[in-house]
Design a protein around this ligand. Structure first.
Ligand SMILES: [Zn+2]
Length: 248
């Protein structure tokens, strides 16, 4: 996959990096990413990936913009209240980078439709706001053998993990939360700047993973404490009895 002169100019600050170069930029262009949730995490992930020149972005979100979203979702403005988040995110991507092919899907992803929505992507980034969705997405990614980058932020705590088959997100969370579809942000609150921090970290991890920069981060969970202002990482062991990846 080649880069046009206009793309070489546009991505010049990437291409000059020895870790990226023309080879890395072409990898980004050749990659198809599904982003689940155009909320707080998505508001950081989507601009970063579109700006970086990811070739195809699918944006999955069933919701419309509510004024209570605006403190943490800079993709949207006051006049967007009531409009589809996935459609607005598509418009944002088109205004930012004409070289990105974006597809909006205004659906709630669940165990019944996850595989058909995520099929044919190279990477899934899940920034949804509840365990039921995240577990359904994780199970589908294990079945489809698509790497999953899961990112979450609530109150002052953030977490980002990359999962490739096994260990999977379910190895970490277990089976207790499949019916838990509450909106964590609505119930518990979240600091707006925290979601931006966690979402930007997820985007960086995604780009590093696609280009092949640094060590492979799969199976590690990165935890951010927004009060102490520090990151730490833990290793997640595979769960031999995990119902998603245990027999893998
Ligand atoms: Zn598992």
């Amino acid at each position: 996959m080649s880069l046009s002169d206009a793309e070489l100019d546009r991505y010049a600050r990437h291409i000059v990096l020895p870790q990226v170069g023309g080879v890395g930029q072409r990898k980004l262009k050749a990659t198809s990413v599904a982003v689940i949730g155009a909320g707080g995490i998505g508001s950081a992930v989507i601009p970063a990936l579109a700006g970086a020149g990811i070739g195809r972005l699918t944006i999955i979100d069933a919701d419309t913009v509510d004024e209570s979203n605006l403190h943490r979702q800079p993709l949207f403005r006051e006049r967007d209240a009531g409009y589809s988040k996935s459609d607005l995110a598509l418009q944002f991507v088109h205004r930012l980078n004409r070289f990105v092919e974006a597809t909006p899907i205004q659906k709630r992803i669940d165990a019944g439709n996850a595989a058909s929505l995520l099929y044919a992507h190279d990477l899934v980034i899940d920034g949804s706001d509840n365990f039921a969705t995240r577990l359904a997405v994780s199970d589908a990614c294990v079945r489809l053998r698509i790497p999953l980058l899961s990112a979450a932020a609530v109150q002052f705590q953030g977490q980002v993990g990359l999962f490739r088959s096994s260990p999977c997100y379910r190895c970490f969370v277990g089976n207790a939360f499949d019916a838990d579809d509450c909106d964590n942000c609505a119930e518990l609150g979240v600091l707006g700047a925290l979601t931006a921090t966690v979402g930007s970290f997820a985007a960086l991890l995604a780009i590093n993973s696609i280009v092949g920069i640094g060590e492979d981060q799969s199976g590690r969970l990165h935890l951010f404490d927004g009060e102490k202002l520090n990151w730490r990482a833990i290793t997640i062991p595979p769960d031999a009895s995990c119902r998603a990846c245990g027999s893998a």
